[in-house]
Design a binder for this molecule. Structure first.
Ligand SMILES: Cc1cc2nc3c(=O)[nH]c(=O)nc-3n(C[C@H](O)[C@H](O)[C@H](O)COP(=O)(O)O)c2cc1C
Length: 355
């Protein structure tokens, strides 16, 4: 699997998720079997580039290559500048966001809303490709199946993007109008794959090794991209890799192993967001811990208690003690989580992230 001249370790991708796929989480996914992980979206709005949020998003310290940064915006020139800015900061691949349903980026409709305005979408693609070409940086596109049920224009946009020089297209099998409701469909993803000669990535509702195999077969896609099912369960990538290679399931991780991965993740997370009690590290870590325990026995009760802890030290202590008690009762993780947040909470959280 290649993106332009860049060879990937495998065809299992971590999806970009604002507020989730920061550098520590991407690193963890890559360590646990993802061949590729895209950053959270970085705004094309120049006056926000020095904000703490954007500079954290542009932090790639120690990140395993290839470093892929997603940019979001509505103006072709600003998007081209954002691409150049991120290449200066280490991006080796630039991804254009035409998939996110959040209402506003840069105070304008962006993300998947661009699919409603094909000339603008294409102008953005052309400008970004032109900005990246001198640096030999491939450009990719993340899109939905269309704006709404009656207007599924993914194939048209993907074809135009390929002609403009895009090196790979990822398609989430929902329309913009659907948000995260209903089920992802893969026929449109298959149609995009059939229409293009660049790699196509299938995305949406892939939450198990069986589903991964079925989506690859149904779409003919070159790779699959996983978002929500990796929350709290980043080892899903190696589970899928093993299943695709052997047709057999890996056993669930040992409880002590899951604890070690979570503690390493927390340490990396605090390193990026701050370890002091006033810092945001302890607060932003809560969601990752919550996802890690939500499907485990007693997980909901622990999550409620853990959410009231205000320092990194007490958070680490609580996580350690909780997993140690779990390990006394279970050798392997007793259940695996694929529970996803409900649709409206995702969109609310996204709008907050982007604001
Ligand atoms: C919390 C959250 C944040 C997201 N942020 C982005 C984003 O910044 N850019 C983007 O292209 N898609 C974003 N998405 C969409 C995902 O990349 C993915 O397309 C979607 O979740 C469907 O895949 P899944 O069913 O495997 O989760 C986000 C999704 C979630 C749940």
């Amino acid at each position: 699997m290649h993106i332009g001249h860049i060879r990937l370790a495998n065809r299992l991708f971590a999806a970009p998720m604002a507020g989730v796929t920061d550098r520590p989480f991407r690193q963890l996914c890559k360590r646990l079997g993802a061949g590729y992980a895209v950053s959270e979206m970085v705004t094309s709005q120049r006056d926000l580039w020095n904000s703490l949020k954007t500079s954290r998003r542009a932090n790639h310290d120690g990140e395993a290559a290839p470093i892929a940064v997603q940019i979001a915006g509505t103006d072709a020139l600003m998007m081209a500048e954002a691409a150049a800015y991120n290449i200066d900061r280490g991006a080796q691949i630039i991804d254009i966001n035409m998939g996110c349903p959040a209402k506003k980026v840069c105070n304008k409709w962006a993300g998947s809303a661009l699919m409603q305005d094909e000339p603008l979408a294409l102008a953005i693609v052309e400008a970004v490709v032109a900005a990246c070409a001198p640096h030999n940086v491939p450009v990719t596109l993340k899109m939905r199946t269309g704006w709404c049920d009656a207007e599924r224009n993914a194939v048209r946009i993907a074809r135009a993007a390929e002609s403009a020089g895009v090196a790979m297209v990822a398609v989430h099998g929902r329309t913009r109008e659907q948000g995260y409701r209903g089920l992802a469909e893969y026929d449109t993803v298959a149609a995009v794959k059939a229409a293009l000669s660049i790699p196509v990535v299938a995305n949406g509702d892939i939450d198990s090794p069986e589903k991964a195999r079925a989506v690859l077969a149904a779409t003919g896609a070159d790779a699959i991209m996983i978002g929500r099912a990796a929350q709290g369960r980043p080892w899903i990538f190696r589970e899928i890799a093993h299943f695709l290679a052997t047709g057999e399931h890996l056993p669930a991780p040992e409880v002590t192993q899951a604890k070690a991965w979570l503690l390493e993740h927390l340490d990396d997370h605090y390193g990026l967001y701050g370890r002091d009690d006033a810092g945001s590290g302890v607060r932003s870590a809560r969601k990752h811990i919550g996802w890690a325990v939500r499907a485990l026995p007693g997980g909901e009760e622990f999550r409620a208690r853990m959410n009231r802890l205000e320092s990194c030290e007490t958070q680490v202590r609580a996580v350690t003690d909780w997993f140690d008690e779990l390990a006394d009762r279970h050798h392997l993780l007793p259940t695996s989580s694929s529970a996803a947040a409900n649709d409206s909470s995702i969109e609310d959280a996204l709008n907050e992230e982007i604001a």
